[in-house]
Ligand binder design. Structure first.
Ligand SMILES: [Zn+2]
Length: 303
């Protein structure tokens, strides 16, 4: 345990803000709870133009294009300096980031967006529903988890992307894939990446966990259309071209094991798995069915 801890401490030291710095956009949110998402992880090239620059419990992806970088998600405010350090350690500059795409307007994925947008000058893009939340820094009652969500730094300028919209930066086109359910505005993003003559469709998928707080019920009549959209999300992910799945929390798609293998040997690339999106959809569709069964039973107080 001890050697591992000192490695982590040394790694974290690179991300510690300058003494006395109190940057309101970097103030930690739920620091004790969030620590599990911030396990230091070496930045790594996953496939072709696609890298991970996040943490052991939280994926932040980076795409290299012929005209700058695209960042996917912002993590927690207290993780921003580490993300920027990770971008630099791959030989890039945060200022090269042109777009920041957001999967989900919760503090663990979006808490760092305001600081990253400021530091890089990049434009933040999210679904229309998520863009509203990002501008406020606070979820509304249509978010199943609203009752327990802490607010996060509001993002001043956010552009809304519609489902299916294609965003072009240099030689890379990223397509917006609406995957509502975990939040009404959840959006996944997909692009194609090549390594010599081998190309792969990559999906950076939003969380699908059917979590609810307070008296939110997916089965309540008022939430019928939200539940229907959640079911469509599973179907969409199943039919999506998907050679490589990266999930916002790596544990949701066996990401830690894949990464450990990749660091040992890139051939065959352990992230290439054309069944991964379908398996991800299946797992969380089952979780959603279980949640609905619990709501129908006596395990939960009736709304
Ligand atoms: Zn969430």
């Amino acid at each position: 345990m001890k050697p591992a801890m000192s490695v982590i401490a040394a790694f974290l030291a690179t991300a510690t803000p300058a003494q006395g710095e109190d940057d309101p956009l970097l103030r930690p949110i739920a620091p004790d709870h969030a620590q599990e998402w911030l396990t230091p992880q070496q930045p790594v090239q996953i496939f072709g133009n696609t890298y991970l620059v996040g943490f052991g419990g939280l994926n932040i992806a980076l795409i290299r294009t012929s005209d700058g970088l695209i960042l996917l998600d912002g993590g927690l405010p207290q993780g921003v300096r580490q993300i920027e350090a990770n971008i630099r350690s791959l030989g890039f500059e945060p200022g090269e980031v042109k777009l920041i795409l957001s999967t989900e307007p919760h503090y663990d994925h979006a808490g760092g967006l305001a600081a990253l947008a400021r530091d890089t000058g990049a434009r933040v893009i999210a679904s229309a529903e998520a863009a509203e939340v990002l501008r406020r820094g606070k979820s509304g009652p249509d978010d199943p988890q609203m009752a327990w969500l802490p607010p996060f730094p509001a993002v001043e300028h956010v552009r809304a992307a519609r489902d299916g919209e294609q965003l072009q930066v240099g030689d890379v086109t990223v397509t917006a894939l609406a995957t509502p359910g975990h939040t009404p505005g959840s959006m996944s993003w997909t692009w194609r990446s090549c390594e010599s003559d081998h190309c792969a469709d990559i999906v950076f998928a939003s969380s699908l966990t059917p979590l609810a707080a307070g008296d939110y019920r997916f089965s309540a009549p008022a939430n019928r259309s939200a539940a229907a959209r959640f079911r469509e999300t599973f179907q969409r992910l199943r039919s999506q071209p998907c050679d490589i799945l990266l999930t916002t929390h790596p544990g949701a798609s066996d990401g830690e094991a894949k990464l450990a293998k990749l660091l040992q040997d890139r051939e065959p690339n352990p992230f290439i798995d054309p069944q991964a999106c379908a398996a991800y959809a299946d797992t969380y569709q089952q979780a959603f069915a279980k949640r609905l069964a619990e709501e129908a039973g006596t395990d939960l107080p009736r709304p």
